[in-house]
Design a protein around this ligand. Structure first.
Ligand code: MN
Length: 249
């Protein structure tokens, strides 16, 4: 008999390290547990750099969120500008700039090591979601960008930008997801409580906005048991940023 292990997936941490540490205590993380972050573990919140270093030190598997991606892309342009003088076309906000210049080369290496998706048995973790036309193992650069950002799809099932959601037949991607990549756990879009659909769970419960940091825990024998899972929540100490857009969806 193989021993049962746990797979723990954390929602968007956004530098809320205190809440994250308390949540891990609550879950009672043990050796042998497999821990995964859905990404966006940096930006907006109070302890982005410490969170990044804690995740690396603790060997927590990390999916790349749009905020990590922005820093990685900026770094490529920044190095290119230093090398060839070609002007960096990207702009960072003040907070992002401070974060960027606090990073050491090894921090950039860690950020660059994050994956667009992680699969453990029947379980798939992505940052934002997927469309039925994207196949993760042969995703293009454009598809990977969508996997980190998708919220809505149109009636043909294609990615819809946030300012085009009045398009006819537009719906949240998870509503029409056909399970072709297996059961998906994702973050990116804050909800007041986890969004549970037939083939997916959204676990960004808006920690940085003063709601909760969420983790979902699965048991694993030969495969991850996706039919039984439980949630853990850690209430945020405060709202670190005000939400500009209305939420929940
Ligand atoms: Mn995000």
């Amino acid at each position: 008999m193989s021993k049962t292990k746990r797979v723990i997936v954390y929602g968007d941490i956004h530098g809320c390290l205190e809440e994250f540490l308390t949540l891990r205590k609550q879950i009672d993380i043990k050796k042998g547990d497999v821990e995964i972050s859905v990404g966006d573990f940096i930006a907006k919140g109070p302890y982005s750099l410490d969170t990044l270093r804690f995740l690396e030190k603790s060997k927590i598997l990390c999916v790349r969120g749009n905020h990590e991606d922005k820093i990685i892309r900026y770094k490529l342009h920044y190095d290119e500008e230093k090398r060839s003088g070609k002007k960096n076309p990207m702009k960072l906000e003040e907070e992002e700039k401070r974060f960027f210049f606090s990073l050491k080369e090894e921090d950039f290496r860690f950020l660059s090591s994050t994956k667009f998706y992680l699969k453990i048995g029947s379980l798939t973790v992505v940052h934002a979601g997927i469309t039925n036309k994207i196949f993760l193992s042969r995703a293009t650069k454009k598809a990977n960008a969508q996997v980190m950002r998708v919220r809505f799809v149109d009636e043909k099932g294609d990615f819809v930008a946030l300012d085009e959601t009045d398009k006819k037949g537009c719906c949240y991607w998870s509503k029409v997801y056909d399970n072709h990549e297996g059961f998906i756990v994702y973050g990116h879009q804050p909800f007041l409580k986890p969004k549970i659909d037939r083939f997916s769970i959204g676990i960004d419960t808006g920690a940085v906005y003063g709601n909760f940091l969420c983790a979902v825990v699965f048991d694993m024998d030969e495969d991850v048991n996706i039919s039984s899972y439980r949630f853990y929540f850690q209430k945020s100490k405060k709202a670190y940023v005000k939400r500009k857009k209305s939420w929940p969806l």
